[in-house]
Design a protein around this ligand. Structure first.
Ligand code: FPP
Length: 247
């Protein structure tokens, strides 16, 4: 039986988030420049998005560029931005053909103008698609997002549009970039690193974490399916006991 057929379609996570890591090390192993790793990472992005849509994952969030990534060598940042612009432009027709909606989270205004414009165009062009939502985390960090939410809530309290006693988990969640998305039930990280690295800290509170040693450019559809099967074999207790889950 193929891995895909082993997936229980009644127990699919609605939202999967991925830290795509290891592009640089993959390239280094091949004696190539880091950007060669990012270029090859695009194929893994394509395969993963296709796999997610095929099995009916509603939301797939990919950590494509963190706030901290701005500190990388200038050449790499410029090349990554160009790759993003090019990939988003080239893939929009395929997203539409496959009924996939593109959204983005992060400090999008800090992106170079052409990258921001390309992203907005692609989001607009795919906004009515309903099969899967692909969310790119760009210039994103969770602490940035949380501080933005706190500032916005504080402003509303100051302006008396809400009371401090109105602040709840739901209200806070509604001020995050992910406001209208379900929380990720599964987070995958490639490349053997076992960290969350400032990614969706609030939203991952109850997520199952899955780590693989593979570098991102080597990540395949089967690797994605394997992570989902692993997730489906876990018991999610949300603080309860196993016995409470059965009764
Ligand atoms: C992490 O590997 C990868 C990134 C920071 C960039 C990810 C970008 C892509 C896969 C290309 C385009 C993506 C989209 C969504 C169109 P790393 O550079 O941190 O690798 P290392 O840890 O081995 O140095």
């Amino acid at each position: 039986m193929s891995l895909k057929n082993k997936i229980n379609s009644a127990k699919l996570p609605k939202h999967i988030a991925i830290i795509m890591d290891g592009n640089g090390r993959w390239a280094k192993q091949k004696g190539a420049e880091r950007i060669y790793g990012h270029e090859n990472g695009v194929k893994a992005v394509r395969d993963t998005v296709e796999a997610a849509a095929e099995i009916g994952i509603e939301y797939l969030t990919l950590y494509a560029f963190s706030t901290e990534n701005w500190n990388r060598p200038k050449d790499e940042v410029v090349a990554l931005m160009q790759l993003l612009v090019h990939t988003i432009h080239a893939e929009t027709p395929t997203l539409n053909k496959n009924n996939i909606r593109l959204q983005a989270i992060g400090d999008l205004k800090s992106l170079p103008g052409n990258c921001y414009d390309e992203l907005m165009e692609a989001m607009e062009a795919t906004k009515n698609n309903t099969r899967t939502t692909l969310v790119l985390a760009l210039s994103y960090s969770s602490r940035w997002e949380i501080i933005e939410a706190v500032k916005n809530i504080a402003l509303k309290v100051e302006q008396k549009t809400i009371l401090s006693s109105d602040i709840s988990e739901d209200l806070f969640t509604s001020h995050l970039c992910t406001a209208n998305m379900p929380e990720p039930e599964l987070m995958i990280r490639t490349s053997g690193e076992h960290r969350i690295s400032n990614f969706l800290l609030w939203q991952l509170a109850y997520a199952e974490l899955y780590f693989t040693d593979k570098f991102w450019p080597d990540f395949t559809k089967d690797d994605f399916y394997e992570a989902i099967i692993d997730y489906q074999n876990r018991e999610r207790r949300f603080g309860k006991t196993s016995e409470q889950l059965i009764s």
